[in-house]
Design a protein around this ligand. Structure first.
Ligand code: TA6
Length: 298
């Protein structure tokens, strides 16, 4: 693991790229004319995205820990190479090992339009093979501009095909969950949690009034979050994904989660681009797949 001094020497640029430590973890901060973004190298997890003169669009739990071996609660955790519990071995970590791994910072580039691109990599190793026996190379690209774009590319670097599921588990900050409505999922079928049959959403606007754990299938459309009362909308678009997840744990579950304040559920909604159910990804040797999400305020 590179120290923050080594990272600073290699990548820092006065006024636009800096590093700091949060408990055990190295965080990179990007600052440009469009936004400020913090990302943890552990998990390659975006922690915050603050468009200039605006508030953070992402939610981060004030009770989150920043320690190796723990998932960070908030921002955009990467779920890979499986989403949810492992399908056959419950001793393996929920949502895979990507969010629990130290990623390598490969590049930070600045472009003429003052956007900044970051790329981080994770490749198979003896450690990843304790969880998943395949050879792979994953690259996370984060584009910091007028909108936030996060793309997770995975390539099969072995000689046998493999399958995986994944998600960009975005925690979006909302002013008040009771005043939130989500547009874009009308007439879309979804599984609720681990239920085996689907329902179809008939409402054009989804309101969150209790625990929600909807896994929409065959959907490619953006979701628009209306923060009622503020006049602000957040648009979450995606590609390389036909599954969208909407999750809020609500009151009781939230109390059980140590890394979330008791009333945390009131101020976020997870809207996730995913590959799950029939939308799992199968890669032949040398093939690759990219799942992306964009988040912007309107
Ligand atoms: O995406 C929804 C979900 O899979 C829920 O079932 C819930 O467990 C959530 O993710 C959070 O998972 P985590 O392991 O981060 O507590």
């Amino acid at each position: 693991m590179k120290s923050s001094i080594e990272l600073t020497n290699q990548f820092a640029k006065e006024g636009s790229v800096s590093f700091y430590k949060k408990e055990e973890l190295n965080i990179i901060r990007i600052q440009n004319m469009h936004a400020q973004l913090d990302l943890s190298l552990y998990g390659a997890q975006v922690l915050s995205y603050i468009p200039t003169n605006e508030e953070n669009l992402l939610w981060m739990s004030q009770n989150s820990e920043y320690k190796h071996g723990k998932a960070i609660r908030g921002g955009i955790p990467l779920c890979f190479p499986w989403f949810g519990p492992h399908e056959s071995d419950s001793s393996l970590p929920q949502h895979g090992f990507a969010r629990l791994s130290l990623w390598n910072l490969e590049k930070v580039t600045h472009n003429d339009d003052d956007t900044t691109h970051l790329s981080l990599s994770l490749k198979s190793s003896a450690t990843t093979k304790e969880y998943w026996p395949h050879d792979f190379y994953s690259e996370l690209t984060v584009k910091v501009g007028e909108q936030l774009e996060v793309s997770l590319m995975t390539r099969n670097t072995g000689s046998n095909k493999f399958k995986f599921t994944s998600a960009l588990h975005s925690y979006i900050k909302v002013n008040d969950i009771n005043k939130l409505s989500i547009e874009g999922l009308k007439d879309t079928s979804y599984y609720w949690g681990f239920e085996g049959t689907t329902k179809t959403q008939t409402e054009s606007l989804l309101r969150i009034t209790e625990e929600e754990n909807r896994r929409y299938i065959n959907t490619k459309t953006p979701c628009i979050l209306n923060n009622l009362g503020t006049g602000k909308k957040i648009v979450i678009d995606k590609s390389g994904s036909q599954t969208s997840v909407v999750w809020n744990p609500w009151k009781e579950n939230c109390k059980q989660m140590k890394d979330m304040p008791d009333d945390g559920y009131k101020s976020f909604i997870c809207v996730e681009a995913a590959n799950f159910y029939d939308d799992y990804i199968e890669l032949q040797a040398e093939n690759q797949h990219t799942i992306s999400t964009t988040i912007r305020q309107q």
